[in-house]
Ligand binder design. Structure first.
Ligand code: ADP
Length: 213
């Protein structure tokens, strides 16, 4: 039986967390819980949460801690996360959220926290080329040489740039990352759970090998 795991992944916007999370979640057979995806789902469905979050997200701000803690707490209570574990992507993003996660996790603490490290200049370049299919969520990196850059190769849907990938919103998100999220690196290092992984290099290079678990 494959052991589960409770993992948090940190890293700047555009560091490649989404791609690595898909691999980690397959390897450990745990759900990939992305708060960004959950919020975008709520926006698409037009729920109260979605309406509140949309404006904040488009401007590159952070949704309030209390709201985020409530959503994640509820998700972690579901059977898959309770029994096998999870990989959390996009949460915690502030020290308040990290404290709340420690409390929610209780006697099942995190196994590891991965810091997928990529320098700011590099992620700015990556994000400006980032595209996503609106229908199936496939991610693309624009090269400028595609024949049909705005049509999804997987499902034929519309390929677009995320609403919050404008240069202003990206810079705001990166500033907030340094202010609010980077302190979590020390927080988890202090708990002895942090593993730093270089996010520049071959994305095919399996992250699980680099973790040595
Ligand atoms: P990125 O890491 O590129 O900013 P995400 O998909 O992780 O994108 O999140 C998109 C947006 O959703 C964030 O910019 C923020 O507005 C909101 N969000 C996601 N997770 C959180 C969180 N834990 N706390 C506050 N806001 C969040």
């Amino acid at each position: 039986m494959i052991p589960g795991a409770r993992i948090v992944i940190l890293g700047r916007q555009g560091a490649g967390k989404g791609t690595q999370c898909v691999r980690l979640s397959r390897h450990y057979v745990v759900p990939h819980i992305s708060t960004g995806d959950m919020l975008r789902g709520a926006v698409r469905e037009g729920t109260d949460l979605g309406r509140t979050a949309k404006e904040i997200m488009d401007s590159g701000g952070l949704v309030g801690d209390e709201v985020m803690i409530g959503i994640v707490d509820e998700r972690l209570q579901r059977a898959d996360a309770r029994t096998r574990g999870y990989i959390l992507d996009g949460f915690p993003r502030t020290v308040v959220q990290a404290n709340a996660l420690d409390e929610v996790a209780g006697d099942k603490p995190l196994d590891i926290v991965i810091d997928l490290f990529v320098a700011r200049e590099v992620v700015i370049r990556r994000i400006s080329a980032r595209r996503v299919c609106r229908d199936c969520g496939t991610n693309y990196t624009a090269t400028g040489t595609e024949r049909y850059p705005w049509i999804c190769e997987v499902c034929g849907g519309d390929v677009m740039q995320r609403d919050d990938d404008t240069p202003e919103a990206v810079n705001r998100r990166l500033d907030l990352y340094e202010e609010q999220t980077a302190p979590l690196i020390d927080y988890y290092e202090g708990q002895g759970r942090l593993i730093v992984v270089d996010g520049v290099g071959d994305p095919e290079d399996p992250i699980v090998d680099r973790l040595g678990h």
